[in-house]
Design a protein. Structure first.
Length: 283
């Protein structure tokens, strides 16, 4: 006559199988159901009959870790998308893979941006400066660099993209609105100062002139705002794009501001002169 224990053992062999991996707690056998759910998934995680360990704990830990990482990723992406300040909504879609290297200049600019990305990921406080006329891809490359830093840091960096002209407009508008002024000067300016990487885009566009001279220098308000930013970013990774030359920046903003912009920029300055306007050429 078959004993109860023999019957139980036979039932176990029929319904369960021993997994290749032993129990991580006691080294005993882990048992799993032979039958699967209708969708092909396991009925439940493997279980150790010696100590009661369930692989569910490991699965739950992995799921918790995944949820945490997904949360960090979403927060970092949303920070770049919704804390940034820019008027061209297509800019947020710019990536290295969409940047067209059509000539020697754009290839060199791309190489500089790649090197800048590496340095920023190593927590180096480099300043990358992209200058040249409108439409040559400066903003595209700057935004692409921000995304590259974000993705390659496993979404551990906080990146901001700020149109300088738009920032000034909002600050001026907020002068007559106390609540708006608190939000912009308190929140946005604080984020600009503390972010891991800031792109200050289109410096000089706010001047509204094609040629800089003593008659159209930057206003005191403009200079005070810019000085606060560059002072805060002096030893932090920052990307500047501008349609001004170094001489014009000096004339418009003064040597002190220019010096702070140029700090930590050796090897990361690119003037794009010969490339045609990509928006007109359809590149």
């Amino acid at each position: 006559m078959q004993s109860a224990s023999d019957g139980f053992s036979k039932m176990i062999k029929t319904l369960l199988y021993i997994t290749p991996d032993p129990c991580p707690e006691c080294g005993g056998n882990l048992y799993a159901w032979r039958a699967k759910n209708k969708d092909g998934s396991d009925r439940c995680p493997p279980t150790c009959m010696e100590c009661g360990y369930k692989a569910r704990k490991k699965a739950e830990d992995l799921e918790t870790e995944k949820m945490f990482n997904d949360s960090l990723k979403a927060r970092a992406i949303n920070y770049l998308k919704y804390s940034s300040l820019y008027t061209d909504k297509n800019l947020i879609n710019c990536r290295f893979k969409t940047y067209k290297t059509v000539d020697t200049e754009t290839k060199l600019a791309f190489e500089i941006a790649n090197r800048a990305t590496t340095e920023i990921l190593l927590n180096k406080p480099i300043h990358m400066i992209l200058s040249g006329k409108s439409g040559v891809g400066k903003s595209h490359l700057a935004m692409s660099t921000a995304w590259e830093v974000l993705e390659k840091s496993n979404y551990d960096k906080r990146c901001l993209f700020i149109s300088y002209a738009e920032l000034l407009e909002q600050l001026k508008f907020a002068m007559n609105d106390e609540q708006a002024r608190k939000e912009i000067t308190g929140s946005l300016m604080a984020e600009i100062k503390s972010a891991d990487l800031v792109v200050l885009d289109d410096l000089g566009a706010e001047l509204g002139v094609k040629q800089i001279d003593d008659r159209n220098k930057s206003t005191n308000f403009n200079n005070d705002t810019l000085n606060r930013i560059v002072e805060a970013r002096q030893n932090k990774a920052t990307i500047f794009t501008t349609n001004l030359t170094g001489k014009e920046m000096s004339q418009a903003y003064g040597e002190r501001i220019l010096s702070r912009i140029m700090s930590n920029s050796q090897g990361f300055v690119m003037k794009i002169e010969g490339t045609s306007d990509k928006r007109v050429a359809g590149i």
